[in-house]
Write a protein that binds this ligand. Structure first.
Ligand code: ADP
Ligand code: GN1
Ligand code: MG
Length: 363
């Protein structure tokens, strides 16, 4: 389907004509475009994004969450003398003053100020980047502790309910709609052997021993912008999954994506390695940013949270492979299976290094 980006851009209060639009970033869910607008002779970038409504059916409530979160963060950034248009996302309203625009085909679009002089990385190469990313996500959680207006909307129920994800996997395996199970035997066996290791955080949230907080829930490394000049973690993006949850899933997802030496879809597993020095930097950045916030049950589980969520995401990739690639965007045959394999390789390596990881957390 070709998209009339000019018409979409014209729906927002962007004050100028569109010069160009191109797909942008490497997200698996939404369709993101960098759009260039002529403003008084100057070319100004914006981000336009079509929300994936299969994943987020209630766009109205989703956008309300994003507005609440960005307004709250913006206020705090101003109070500390920062730059709110660079340190949090800023929604640009439609010409009718709404947070999103519904196009003729029913597609829902939103616009953000483009954050210049910063970028995301699909994997990091040094400890400073790991420290900075962790510190940005830690800060993000801390700032949301006093979000006014009651609980945020749960945009995807049971998002990090690992046992439920396991049930979904078993159902997909049973159905094996496309006869793909035979090609993923090793990965399926890996899952089946792990069933009793996946319930701790969900159980802790249910019995109250692990606090329910406002969390990001998708803290992979390419959801934080690092400043091009200073390297500082300046802005947490991709706010669709801000929901009630556990900091452990956020920290775990940082471990999953920030300690790996290769991209999530690397085919050559010999390149996929867990780096303990990046983990150490991550722990430092995160604990410094969240000082005074974590309860012992949270702190004690930080090391294990990495393998928990790395397994969960691998399980989701495998489930989607079995289902016929209906959830995550894929760009080649077997893409979800390749992604699953890197995740399970990382899980295996984290299991091996758990004692060392725990020692780092213990300090
Ligand atoms: P998805 O949900 O599909 O992952 P994201 O919201 O993460 O989409 O956006 C995809 C990519 O676009 C990001 O990884 C980032 O590189 C870029 N991006 C998103 N928002 C901005 C912004 N406001 N300024 C600059 N780049 C952005
Ligand atoms: C998706 O939207 P994106 O690409 O940042 C997914 C995450 C997964 C991640 C795996 C809403 O994140 O849960 O961890 O892919 N987002 C959603 O890379 O399902
Ligand atoms: Mg993203």
């Amino acid at each position: 389907m070709t998209v009339n980006m000019k018409a979409i851009a014209a729906a927002f209060d962007l004050r100028g004509n569109m010069i160009s639009a191109e797909p942008y970033g490497s997200g698996h869910i939404n369709d993101t475009y960098k759009v260039v607008i002529d403003q008084g002779g100057l070319s100004v970038n914006y981000i336009l994004q079509r929300v994936n409504q299969n994943v987020f059916p209630n766009v109205e409530k989703l956008m309300e969450n994003i507005q609440r979160v960005t307004a709250h963060l913006g206020k705090k950034i101003i109070e500390r003398g920062g730059n709110p248009t660079r340190e949090t996302l800023t929604l640009i309203p439609t010409k009718e003053g709404k947070t999103f625009y519904r196009d003729a085909e029913g597609g829902c679009w939103r616009a953000y100020i483009f954050i210049y002089g910063a970028r995301t990385y699909d994997f990091v190469s040094d400890t400073k980047q790991a420290f900075e990313a962790a510190s940005a996500f830690g800060n993000f959680q801390k700032q949301l502790a006093d979000l006014p207006g009651g609980p945020v909307f749960e945009s995807i129920p049971n998002f990090h309910n690992t046992p439920k994800r396991f049930e979904n996997f078993l159902n997909s395996l049973k159905a094996d709609k496309l006869n793909r199970a035979a090609s993923a035997k090793k990965e399926i066996d890996f899952c089946l052997a792990r069933q009793d290791k996946i319930g701790a955080v969900v159980k802790g949230l249910a019995d109250g021993s692990i606090p329910t907080r406002v969390t990001h829930n998708d803290t992979k490394i390419n959801n934080v912008l690092l400043d091009d000049t200073t390297g500082a973690g300046i802005c947490v993006i991709d706010l669709d999954t801000v929901m009630p949850g556990s900091v452990l899933y956020d920290f775990g997802d940082e471990v999953r994506t920030t300690t790996a030496t290769a991209a999530e879809d690397e085919r050559d597993l010999s390149k996929v390695n867990f780096r303990l020095d990046l983990f150490e930097a991550l722990v430092k950045g995160y604990l410094q940013a969240t000082e005074g916030m974590l309860v012992p049950a949270e702190r004690n589980y930080l090391a294990e949270s990495g393998a928990l969520i790395t397994f969960e995401i691998g399980l989701r990739f495998l489930t989607d492979y079995l289902d016929g690639d209906i959830y995550f965007k894929v760009h080649r045959d077997g893409h979800n299976l390749d992604r699953c394999r890197t995740q399970f390789e990382m899980t295996r390596q984290m299991d091996e290094q758990l004692d060392k990881m725990q020692a780092i957390v213990n300090g």
